[in-house]
Design a protein around this ligand. Sequence first.
Ligand code: BES
Ligand code: ZN
Length: 637
Amino acid sequence: MSSLPKVIQDRRHTQSPEIDHSTLSNYKNFKVTNTHLNIELQFDTKKIVGLVTYNLNVLQSVSKIILDSSFLKINSIAINDKDIKSFKINEREEPRGSSIEIDHQVNENDELNLTLNFETTDKSTAIQWLKTESNTPDSVDYIFTQLEPNHARSLLPSFDTPGIKSTFTAEIKSKYPVVFSGLSLNSSNVENNNVYKFEQTVPIPSYLIAIASGNITSAKIGPRSTVYAELSVLESAKEEFSQDIERFIQVAEEVAGPYIWKTYDFLINPFSFPYGGMENPNITFLTPTLISGDKSQINVIAHELAHSWSGNNVTNASWEHFWLNEGWTVYLERRIGAKLHPEPEKFRSFEYLMGWNDLVESIKQLPKFEYSRLIQDLQNGKIDPDDTFSSVPYEKGANFIYHLETKLGGLEEFDPYIKFYFNKFSKQSIDSYQFIDSLYEFYPQKKEILDNIDWELWLYTPGLPPKADFDTEFVDKVTTLTKEWISKANVFQTVDEFKSHFTQISLINNYNEFTTEQKIYFIDTLLEPLESTPKFWSENSIASDSILSIYQDLETTKNTEIKTRLFKFKLNAKKTKFYQDLADWLGTVGRMKYVRPGYKLLFAVDQKLAIDTFNKYKDFYHPIASKLVEKDLGLSK
Ligand code: BES
Ligand code: ZN
């Protein structure tokens, strides 16, 4: 541990990495050398049943082994194959679940196998069982898991903390093909009796375990990449992503060092998948909403891929340091994107400016302003990391890394550090303090620069950070057009008058050549007046009608980032005829980034419609999404 500036040193815990309090387990006493999973996916009973075996080395003598669980049934426990009766499942405590306490004295340097026979229940927050409609006329069973941040405990009894890592072997029985966060050991032409075998030879934390099974087909889309999807989306997924995938991996390696996972595949999940993407090792899970036909959401692939370094290789040791995962990943995502763009730094600036809008918006939406700190305070595990989720760790985090890059001398000076960082902490879980240690270690001659970073402001102060001086060329064309709209919104009396003026202005500003991202930025800036004048677009009703009529391409796009923003525009402009459209659309997507703001938006204009719509579709959503929307709508606490 180096000596860090006083503001940081004062807050640093005595142990580094810090202890994770979002787990009830006593993980610090153990090293897990391997985990073996042997489970069956039972579609008819909607249960996962089987066993998990942990190979443990004892680091510190203790009289108990404590694991996490949440809505699991534990059938039996054995240590070194001998049945253990002296265990209890403790009363549930929110938000951490029910710990499993095994009375068993273990001594330093002991090696033991701990096996737990378990089954999941219908309350599991880790799993969604569903029927997919995509293979009509027969709907087909499907299951996927989503474990980040701490839902692994609801799939299997575990040391459910990003602070501990293990290699894996897995045997998964299912009547459908299975994917897992590791390399497949089945050879495709051998009869497998419905048992799919995998191994993960890189140690990973519990939240990165992933399983999906259903009528999944696959296609090779690069030398180390395969896409998995139901047949009905396989072709379009291939189209959307195959061109970029291998170049992305190569460019990422140029920035961050070798790709250690061998293969990079992804799975397109059904529409209820609650995230845009999830970086499960070897098998990123994606939402089908990324397939818009124009590759306009390819950055999500760059993002999930970048997690192969930040997050999956170098991991946040607790969810209080989540920004280390996401901030670094957004930083890398933009470095990858920039390297493939003809004007790299202009493009990177543009991405940061887009992200800035997200940041401003999401700080406003936070349930607590405190959650906009970079290092979270989860109050010794009392706060559920799902509740603090927002763009803050992503955007404030990426801005922080960018700030460091700039202060330390720009790309040339910072690039070697990036490789140093990912190599130094490879396969480890770290906290923010270790990251800062590594800066001091790498830049001994820049100590003064580092000492002068405003750590207090960046790491601990809620709210917006200082905004860097980003290149505005790509946004300037967009903002001239928006400014014209805003300043002339009450100048004309008819749609035709607006049309004749603004068709011209749009031509001058090259609207037709806007990229999808510039169009997104366009709507974002059109929405800006609402901050000070919430009724701006409803009061300027002819102007808002004109916007919808001139920019028809926004209406017909398959890009969901545009679609959601357009709904925001329409509902704020009180265009009642679109309320039902939004309600209907909310029945087709489960991605929380859209569903949560979508319901809030609907609720603001029509409470009954919002609640009725939610009640109609709540079983379609993933359990985490349902729970959060329920809270957002005030239907639960
Ligand atoms: N790791 C996240 C998803 C996540 C975070 C799941 C926290 C559960 C808890 C993933 O890498 C992610 O950030 N996905 C984004 C896309 C990205 C381009 C910002 C998403 O889902 O929108
Ligand atoms: Zn991410």
